[in-house]
Ligand binder design. Structure first.
Ligand code: DGL
Length: 270
């Protein structure tokens, strides 16, 4: 039994950490494509090719279910993968839906028509590829009406985090929040639409102010995975051991991951 968790780099570790806390007995295989991060500045075709390659690696490691713990891959590649690439008996899930369900106060699988919700002004922070895909707005429109979304493409933040330069990442977060506030001075909620950003959650909250509710994905995805596996326990697949795989330099990636999660993480070459 193992579930695969994929990200372009280290951001998906925020999701892995929450899943490991929620489902401590579930073996998890993490795959980070650090050699090709960031994905957020790549074309949809490129993101699709890289995402399918990494997902296949997770299937080969004994995972029947793979979570794309990467908004950019979920936005640019998931629909195309679901339309014809995913082999029989395998499942690939993205990270948008649990977030939008939380924002619109819906229960898992509630497919009723879109309705008015409490939150009216939403600031979306995400990578350039996620913002230009408009996937978030599309998924939101299936569930809610009357929500004004202002998106801010946060160039540079993923690179800074991958390089471990948290001072630069923090400065970039402040300047992206300022840019957003010029377009939407008073958001009621902010969505951290990139799995790297929970590592900067305090900087986002400080720049936005305490009145803005900040939604981040890790716990929401973990809860929704627990729910999914309760309904479909067979989807845990044949793998039995946890592992951390990377296309980058395993020593470098291990040391960053250990710093982020504050526990020893040892990556091996994918
Ligand atoms: N963690 C990825 C996401 O959620 C970052 C994408 C990137 O590599 O730019 O979008």
């Amino acid at each position: 039994m193992a579930v695969g968790i994929f990200d372009s780099g280290l951001g998906g570790l925020t999701v892995l950490d929450a899943v490991a806390k929620r489902l401590p007995d579930l073996p998890l295989v993490y795959m980070g494509d650090s050699a090709h991060a960031p994905y957020g500045v790549r074309t949809p075709d490129d993101i699709y090719d890289l995402t399918t390659k990494s997902t296949q690696r997770l299937f080969d490691a004994g995972c029947d279910l793979v979570i794309l713990a990467c908004n950019t891959a979920s936005a640019a590649a998931l629909r195309r993968m679901q339309e014809g690439w995913i082999p029989e008996g395998k499942r690939v899930l993205g990270v948008f839906v649990p977030l939008i369900e939380a924002l619109t106060e819906r229960q898992w699988g509630d497919n009723s028509p879109p309705r008015e919700v409490k939150t009216k002004h939403v600031a979306l922070f995400a990578t350039p590829a996620t913002v230009s895909s408009r996937a978030f707005q599309r998924e939101l429109a299936f569930r809610a009406i009357g929500v004004d979304v202002e998106a801010q493409a946060c160039g540079g933040v993923v690179d800074a985090i991958e390089d471990g330069d948290m001072i630069l990442a923090e400065a970039l977060v402040r300047s992206h929040v300022d840019a957003l506030k010029r377009k939407m001075p008073e958001p009621d909620a902010a969505v951290l639409g990139c799995t790297h950003y929970p590592l900067m959650a305090a900087a986002f909250q400080a720049a936005l102010g305490p009145q803005v509710k900040v939604f981040s994905q890790a716990e929401l995805v973990a809860e929704s995975l627990a729910d999914y596996l309760e309904r479909r326990p067979a989807m845990t697949g044949p793998g039995t051991t946890s592992a951390f795989l990377t296309t980058g330099d395993p020593d470098r990636v291990s040391s960053r991951a250990t710093q982020f999660l504050r526990r020893q993480i040892t990556f091996e070459a994918a």
